[in-house]
Design a protein around this ligand. Structure first.
Ligand SMILES: C[S@@+](CC[C@H](N)C(=O)[O-])C[C@H]1O[C@@H](n2cnc3c(N)ncnc32)[C@H](O)[C@@H]1O
Length: 388
């Protein structure tokens, strides 16, 4: 196995460590989702390891941060994620629509939706606990209109709905609660009682318009991309059709994506238990390595010769064990055909950390970028200094 030099940067790596938490185009803020990397990190990788006009793929795109950064910097950003809510948001970011289109969709919805014809009992009790009946009736009615079509405008409105479905801002539709993840209904019930919280009556179409205005405030990216909702082990792309792969694969089972998004999945018409069974997650190191070897082979297949594959991973605590994912993935990466180029270690200030919401004893300690190449790299990457 290759002995790898660890690398620190001179100038540029620090650019993504030191920017504020809200750095980046307003489209990034469509929806918050647990376990996402910061836009500035994606920007740094995209600019460092690809050129304008390149195709940049994230096969585990989550909320679509890397594909959006690719489109914003003149690349074709392509995202794929097996989680339905991740797909909707990724697609909204790489194929956003104008405010005018959102406005006409909302005007159309105002004419055809029938909140008085639906019953709040069309939603299960665990959903009802989040909403005032008048708000919930509108949510159910809008959902019916949204399900009629799957064009980019409907998809963009769906993504905006996911972004306001729960949270505590003045346009959030639910009782004040977390906006990053869907809270457990029993916990929420107790929390609402204990704090005497009120379920707000909202005009859902007006909230949607405000949301769209906010996320489109910085304008549309210069390039349109593409989004897919398939298993990363079977990507729908031709061999050597991608110039850069940048991704953060599942971290064992540290994130429970389906459960964390159960209410958003309900809105999209999915049962989180079914989605949870499809998404990859394990505590077992051998099973993880076997999955990642297949995923890396697929990334290798679609990547062109001379292209880079950059994996955002970390030092993970699994029970009492500590696993260095960068080290663990070296062998499967080499077996897949990659040449390991570098490991970039973080030193990120805690408040800017990728998984900063985790407690110190949980999860991920130190993020790392594992840089792999397919054959001899076509681009010289400057600004990195080998330290050992
Ligand atoms: C660490 S997260 C990626 C987060 C992303 N970098 C972001 O900033 O939002 C890993 C992603 O893998 C997805 N996933 C899990 N199993 C998958 C599979 N077999 N194929 C494709 N995506 C999968 C999860 O839904 C999750 O979004």
């Amino acid at each position: 196995m290759t002995e790898l030099a660890y690398i620190v940067s001179t100038e540029v790596v620090d650019s993504w460590k030191n920017v504020g938490r809200n750095w980046g185009n307003s489209l990034h803020r469509i929806m918050s989702r647990t376990g996402s990397f910061p836009p500035a990190l994606a920007r740094w990788v995209v600019e460092k390891f690809s050129e304008r006009g390149d195709v940049v793929l994230d096969p585990f795109s989550g909320k679509g941060t890397a594909p959006l950064e690719a489109c914003l910097t003149g690349r074709v950003g392509v995202g794929n994620d097996l989680a339905p809510e991740a797909y909707v948001v990724t697609r909204a970011k790489v194929n956003p629509v104008s405010l005018k289109e959102v406005r006409s969709w909302l005007e159309h919805a105002a004419k055809v939706m029938r909140p008085d014809a639906v019953s709040v009992y069309d939603a299960e009790e665990n959903v009802r606990v989040f909403y005032h009946p008048q708000t919930l009736k509108q949510i159910l009615a809008i959902r019916e209109v949204l399900f009629e079509s799957d064009d980019d405008v409907s998809n963009f409105v769906k993504a905006c709905m996911l972004g306001i479905l729960h949270g505590s801002s003045e346009i959030s539709l639910s009782v004040p609660c977390s906006h990053s993840f869907s809270m457990a209904p029993d916990y929420l019930r107790r929390y609402v009682e204990r704090h005497g919280l009120k379920r707000p009556v909202r005009n859902v179409l007006a909230s949607l318009m405000k949301k769209a205005e906010a996320v489109l405030a910085d304008g549309l990216p210069p390039v349109r991309g593409a989004a897919f909702n398939t298993d990363a082990l079977r990507l729908p792309f031709a061999d050597e059709s991608v110039d850069l792969v940048v991704t953060s694969p599942p971290y064992f089972n540290l994130q429970t994506y389906a459960w964390d998004n159960w209410l958003r999945l309900w809105f999209l018409g999915y049962d989180y238990r079914v989605v949870g069974k499809r998404l990859f997650g394990t505590q077992s190191v051998p099973r993880y390595v076997s999955f990642m070897e297949k995923a890396l082979r697929e990334m290798f297949r679609v990547l062109r010769f001379g292209g880079f594959c950059v994996l955002v991973v970390g030092d993970v605590k699994l029970g009492r064990k500590r696993v260095d994912m960068a080290e663990l993935l070296l062998e499967p990466a080499e077996d897949a055909g990659f040449v390991p180029e570098a490991v970039i270690s973080d030193g990120i200030r805690r408040e800017h950390k990728y998984l900063m919401y985790l407690r110190p004893w949980q999860g991920v300690d130190r993020e790392k970028l594992l840089v792999l190449a397919k054959g001899a790299p076509r681009k010289r990457v400057r600004g990195l200094v080998r330290v050992s």
